[in-house]
Write a protein that binds this ligand. Structure first.
Ligand SMILES: [Cu+2]
Length: 154
């Protein structure tokens, strides 16, 4: 009997893991076109979570830059500034939009200048252990904040 219960618990865990794997999908990923001299740029997208548990985006990697950080934009003394965040959460059955002036993935230290139409590979890591690999095209994007706030200080 004990053995049977244990088996049932494991079966439930497996089902949960399988569900979580397919729960996250990424919509419309794109990279902001920046001048050839710029060292950093932002990636935007919609992260959808069809699962019944909240998930968190906890990291990102891209061969297009030395590192990738998760950022948000805060207002401080009337200035909009970008700040790294530890994670970006996506509610169960919900979605989180990464967009200019808000959450984004920051590519820091571009390995080469990006041109409009270039495709940037990106891997996203989530706190449920899953990851998503995607291809984000480089696009011109209107910047809703002043040029001074467009780049991080470091
Ligand atoms: Cu940023």
């Amino acid at each position: 009997m004990k053995r049977f219960l244990l088996a049932a618990v494991f079966a439930t865990l497996w089902a949960g893991a399988a569900l979580a794997d397919g729960a996250i999908s990424i919509g419309d990923p794109h990279v902001r076109l920046v001048p050839p001299t710029a060292e950093n740029t932002g990636i935007f997208m919609v992260i959808r979570n069809q699962g019944d548990k909240d998930v968190k985006l906890i990291g990102a990697d891209s061969p297009a830059s030395k590192k990738a950080e998760l950022h948000t934009v805060i207002e401080e003394g009337g200035m909009k500034k970008m700040r790294p965040v530890h994670d970006i959460s996506v509610k169960a059955k919900g979605e989180t939009v990464l967009k200019p002036g808000d959450y984004h993935v920051m590519l820091i230290g571009l390995t080469k200048p990006l041109q409009e139409g270039d495709i940037v590979p990106l891997t996203l890591r989530f706190d449920d252990g899953s990851s998503q690999s995607l291809q984000a095209p480089v696009r011109k994007i209107q910047v809703p904040m002043g040029p001074a706030a467009a780049m991080p200080t470091k």
